[in-house]
Design a binder for this molecule. Structure first.
Ligand SMILES: NC(=O)c1ccc[n+]([C@@H]2O[C@H](COP(=O)([O-])OP(=O)(O)OC[C@H]3O[C@@H](n4cnc5c(N)ncnc54)[C@H](O)[C@@H]3O)[C@@H](O)[C@H]2O)c1
Length: 299
């Protein structure tokens, strides 16, 4: 009984799997070619986001019973083909909720008070009190696009900061404490818009030039969800035109991000897809991953 670990995974989680009597083959830097060669021997594999589980990988995985994604999104796995082949696709949906929600709130405050820009100015030896006049978030409206686990955790924290929270989520009919609105109303009312949706054909470029045109002037955008949900060319234009006052991005259409245009803009702040990257979040993801592997292999 063995499992192939394809991306860097919490050491404690690997220990938990081994303690359950399962052989761990740890290949955190495995290449696509090596994976095709190794996979026929494994009933279970673990991936984060680096390894792409393509149709070819699943075809080669003749003994494969389950693919465990250590994280939330399964967009690096050909889920439809896995299903066709009877291979289970499992993930750790709740493990990073708190970490991503906290990063979103950190960005909300950083955008309101220009914290990264002020820090850069201080590091350059400046003392620019007049240049950096911030805004309070209390009394402002936060519009959530998608209000599942992370969206709701963000809502709770934003309400504690005195914000009004509205949400667009066509798959929910009722959301206690949050006013559900349609997308047009959200664009018109929100001072801050934060995305908490998966990237699907429906949500692809949900924020495009037409959407930016409908928003309040001076709106600020946060994306700690998935790349591909914002048309980045349209965002750049909306910032250059002054329509969007700032954007905080953790995720990008292309990752790693190589296009220098977004971060050349003063109003853009961000991080390299680290929403789940906290000590506690990683541990929780690791532990839930270990539990999934043990369940699959030992029943
Ligand atoms: N930045 C990171 O490192 C990081 C870490 C974890 C999760 N995420 C991402 O955050 C996102 C949200 O995660 P979650 O755990 O809250 O997921 P979730 O499934 O609990 O919530 C997603 C919500 O989006 C809604 N939704 C789906 N299609 C929609 C549409 N067209 N318009 C509006 N709403 C729509 C769903 O109804 C659901 O309520 C996911 O994309 C996930 O991959 C990012």
């Amino acid at each position: 009984m063995k499992v192939l670990i394809c991306d860097a995974t919490d050491q404690k989680a690997l220990q938990v799997i081994e303690d359950a009597g399962i052989e761990v083959v740890n290949q955190p830097d495995i290449t696509p070619e090596e994976l095709i060669k190794l996979i026929p021997d494994f009933p279970c594999m673990v991936v984060r986001s680096r390894t792409k589980v393509t149709k070819e990988v699943i075809q080669a995985g003749t003994a494969l019973k389950a693919i465990v994604r250590a994280g939330v999104g399964v967009d690096n796995i050909d889920v439809a083909y896995a299903k066709e082949k009877g291979v289970q696709v499992l993930n750790t949906p709740g493990a990073s909720t708190q970490s991503v929600a906290e990063l979103t709130i950190a960005y909300l405050m950083a955008l309101a008070r220009n914290i990264p820009q002020m820090t850069a100015s201080m590091k350059a030896g400046q003392w620019e009190k007049k240049r950096f006049v911030g805004d309070e978030v209390g009394g402002k409206t936060l519009g959530l696009i998608g209000s599942g686990r992370i969206g709701r955790a963000v809502a709770e924290k934003a309400q504690a900061l005195g914000m009004e929270v509205i949400a667009y989520d066509p798959y929910l009919s009722d959301l206690p404490g949050i006013r559900l609105v349609d997308l047009e109303d959200l664009f018109q009312e929100a001072d801050y818009i934060s995305l908490h949706i998966p990237h699907t054909t429906e949500t692809h470029n949900i924020l495009d030039s037409a959407a930016f045109a409908k928003m309040k002037s001076g709106v600020r955008i946060i994306n700690c969800a998935r790349g591909g949900t914002i048309d980045e060319d349209a965002l750049i234009k909306a910032i250059e035109d002054g329509k969007v006052a700032g954007a905080a991005l953790d995720v990008y259409a292309q990752e790693p991000l190589t296009d220098p245009r977004l971060f050349a803009l003063e109003g853009v702040i961000g991080s390299p897809h680290v929403g789940a990257g906290t000590a506690e979040g990683k541990q929780r993801v690791g532990l839930e991953t270990a539990q999934q592997v043990i369940k699959v292999l030992k029943g």
